[in-house]
Structures are given as C-alpha cells and as structure tokens.
Design a protein around this ligand. Sequence first.
Ligand code: HEM
Length: 565
Amino acid sequence: MSISTIIPEVAANTGLTSASSVFYFFLIPALLLWYTYWRVSRKHLLELAAKLPGPKGWPLIGNALDFAGSSPDVFKCLYAHSREFDKVVKLWIGPKLLVFLIDPRDVEIILSSHVHIDKSSEYRLFEPWLGNGLLISSGQKWRAHRKLIAPTFHLNVLKSFIDLFNVNSKATVEKMRKEQGKTFDCHDYMSEATVEMLLETAMGVSKKTQDQSGYEYAMAVMKMCDILHLRHTKIWLKPDWIFRLTKYGKVQDGLIDVIHSLTRKVIKSKKEAFNKGIRGSTAEVPKDIRAKQDPMGEQTKVKTVVEGVSFGQSTGLKDDLDVEENDVGEKKRLAFLDLMIEASQNGVIINDEEIKEQVDTIMFEGHDTTAAGSSFFLSMMGLYPEIQEKVIQELNEIFGDSDRPATFADTLEMKYLERCLLETLRLYPPVPIIARELKQDVKLATGDYTLPAGCTVIVGTYKIHRRDDIYPNPEKFNPDNFLPEKTANRHYYAFIPFSAGPRSCVGRKYAMLKLKILLSTIMRNFRIKSDIQEKDFKLQGDIILKRAEGFQVRLEPRKPMAMAH
Ligand code: HEM
C-alpha cells in the first residue's frame, strides 16, 4: 500500500507536485523555443538595428526606464539623447524598436513618400476617441477621405471664415479683459477660443449649439491626452485588458462621453440646417463686423495663391492644399461639415459613422495644436518686449487707431507678426514628433544606415528645429530666422511644424490665418508680460507640446476702451 492511499493530503500534494513538474517540464522548453523562434523571425530587424547608433539600454527592457519619469522628465531625457547623436538615434522599449530621425535629409525620405504613410501602432490608442479618422487611417480609406477633406481647407473657403475669426477674437479679448494686471494661464482662453472658432467655421454651427462651453470640451481633450500619453510611456498600461482594470479606463470612458456628446450635437444640428436647405455657417456675425469687412471688395481682388512660408510650409514645397483657385470646383467650395454631409447623402463616399470620426479628428487636431501654438506665441511676446514692440508698431501701421476687424489683405501685411509666429512654431512645434510604422526597409541618406521594416520611425521635429548647423544660435528666439533670404537656402524639411508631403497637416492654412487674426486682435488691445524665462519652461510632449507649469502671462491694456463697440 502506498503512502498516498493512507494519507489523502499527501496524495493530493503528490498529484500537485507531479502536475506542476509536468507543467514546468513542458513550459520551460516551450518558452525557450518560442524565444528562439521570435529571435530568428526578427533576425533581420535585430541585425539592422545593431548598426544604428543609440544610448546603451538594459537587457530585455532596453531603454524603457527613460520613459518611466514624469512627462517633463521624459521630454528632457529624450531631448538629451537627441543631442548626443547628430543623425539617427535608436531606442528600445522592451521588444519595440524606435528610431528617431533628426536630419532633414533623412526626414525627407519618409515624409515625401507615398509608401511610408502608415501611422505607428501607438496611434491605435486613439481609436476609441477618433475612430479611423484622417489622422489614423491608412490605405484606400485615408486616400479617399484626404481627397474629400483637403479642398474644404482651401484658401477660398477659409476667406469666408474671416468674419467669424474676427467675432470670436473680439469675444476672447473681452473675456481676457477681466484678467488684466493678474498672472494667469492664457492657454485656458486660447483653448476655448479655438474650439469655438472651429465649431462656427469648419463645422458651421453656432457655438450656442452646445450647452457645455468650448472650455469643458477642451479640458476633456486635455485629460484624454494625459491618459494617452501615460499609455504611450508606461508599457504595462498598453494592453487594453489591463488598462480597463485600472481607474484610467473608467476616467477615459467619462471623457469620451463628454467629447462624443459634443460631436453628436454638432452633426445633428448641421444635418437639420442642411435639410432646410441652409449651407454655410449658422453662427451669427454682428452687422458692424460684416459691414466693415472688405469695404472696397479688396479681398476678392487679392491674389489668393499665397504659398510657402506664409502658410507654414517651407518655400518651394507644395502639397494638396496648394492647388490653384481654378482647380477647386464650385462644389468643393463647401466648408468641411457641409461637404461631409452632402457627400454622405448617397452613402458611397462617406457614411454617418465615418463623418463622426472625421469631426472628432478635426475638432481635436484643429484646436489643441493652435491653442498650444498661440499660448507659446503670447509667452514669447511677454518675454521679449523689444520684439513685441515691433509687432505692435506693425499693427499700428496697418490699423492706425481704428478698431475695424482684420481683413484677409491685412493678414498678408502682418509680415513681422508672421515671422514671430513661425519662429514660435520652430522653437515650440505643437506636434513635437511624428511617428510612422515601416512596412519595408528604408536606406537613409546621411550614412550607411538602413531602417528595418517593422520599426517605428519617429521624425524628431523639435530637435530638427534646434539644429545649430541649420539655425545659428538655435535656442534663441529670433524672428529674423524667417527673413526671405534666410528661408531661401534652407533644406525644405528643416522646418516642418505642420509635417510635409502627402500626409501633411490639412489645417495648415486654416491655422495660420486664424492665428494671425486671433493674435493680432489680442495685441491690438494688450501688451503681454511674462516672468518665467525659457530656460525654466517645463516642457511636456504629451502628444501636443505644452508647458507643464501652464502658460503664465500678464496683460496690460494698450487702450482703455479699445475695440469696444
Ligand atoms: C498650429 C497648428 C497646427 C499644427 C502645428 C499642426 C500640425 C500637424 C502635424 C505635424 C500633423 C501630422 C501629424 C502626424 O503625421 O502624426 C498634422 C496632421 C493633421 N492636422 Fe494639423 N496642425 C495644426 C492645426 C490643424 C488644424 C487647425 C486642423 C483642422 C482644422 C488640423 C487638422 C489636421 C489633420 C486632419 C491631420 C491629419 C492629416 C492626414 O493624416 O492626412 N491641424 N497636423
């Protein structure tokens, strides 16, 4: 009689022991086999990666610890790496290979290509929010929708937004007036203004359509970005099933609810107007603004094809936004949401779900980027009073004492303000990096390096804009970097705040026009002061570049009753 029949616990234990030994007997070789297969299947990637320069990492986790700190620490650490190497930097986050490109000649190969246009897997985390909208989609869907959407941001359409840009800029000035003399975060005002302008222009609905304010929507977007950034940098939060078990999963659901409820209301309201035969924005433009606008019909006289640097693109580069006026057919002159709804009527080009995805995408891409860009601009004005005075002088020359709204022709005269804006986008590009996933190997231009298929390639815009071989004294805010003689000889891909090539930003011209009207209106009313020096900025690159401490500025009135009407 064996001992196990006498003592049942021992029998059970013996059974357990033998079961677990069998388990380990098979598990360990299975794991080893899987690891060997995995290494062999990635042999090509590992061999090419070994030749790329990069900081030393740890076994298995690679450089994952570089991503473990707070947002500003991660940003600082990545920027420090980009300064140790001058062309390419390789980093491993566990098994994931990231390759940063920081030379414009290499960046051109990726951004100008019609092949390397797939977004990296990191963008997948946006899906519950943005669906498969323009920012994330690829292949035939992206191509068809890009073709549909790009013409809705043509200058001819944008010019019809000028009244609404003016109305909303004035309203922002009035709201900011209560902050005079205090130190406050101007980003809050810029976010609200940019959301409301998008609603009234590209979406074509009154901002009163929604009961919550643009500010609430903007705050929900900001918190969503915090969560997405956390998931990008903390690898254990990446798998959906783990993420859903954490408190962040629930918070995300709540935020998406706020965001999507705005989207649904906007689409509903636009459809109702559309069915009544109304085209164009339903937002109100006060009579005085419309009457003062374009008194001599000058807007129609001004040649509309103003390309290159004035609209955020290096001189000489072109994309699908730079089509001639005559190439944009009558039908395509509709604003974004009008055109989406019209196209959906036959259900072939775009269906209701796809419209929602695109509205979410444009609302996000269109507001957070411009809110950051304008807040950095105001911070720069506050820090450099002599530069600010030159902007004010230019605005005085254009507008004199008048409180008239800005016209399109005026925006073309704002040459110095434009250079300050471009210089802001150089030093503080709101989208500090762009990531793509390579489906095939890519030979680089700057050395004997080949990027392996399967890696994530990251265009390091922030670092490229601060290369000392391209921009002398690169950390200094110097609007003269954008004098025509300076831009003429620069590599096309040395200034890419809006990306470039077939997947460039569709809102590039919209952003530049809107920012010129908003910022000039603010500066016709206030002088900006700021006490925190650039070296003390705590930058965080959670998708959109921001200052962790907030964009603290003070306002001084230029004219006590200026612009009051
Ligand atoms: C200062 C303001 C802005 C900056 C710096 C900016 C920058 C960028 C960049 C760098 C990209 C490429 C992103 C990537 O490939 O991952 C992009 C894409 C995009 N942007 Fe902007 N953007 C701005 C404003 C806007 C505005 C106002 C809109 C819409 C009204 C907009 C809509 C889009 C869309 C839809 C895409 C995706 C395009 C595609 O993949 O085909 N952006 N933007």
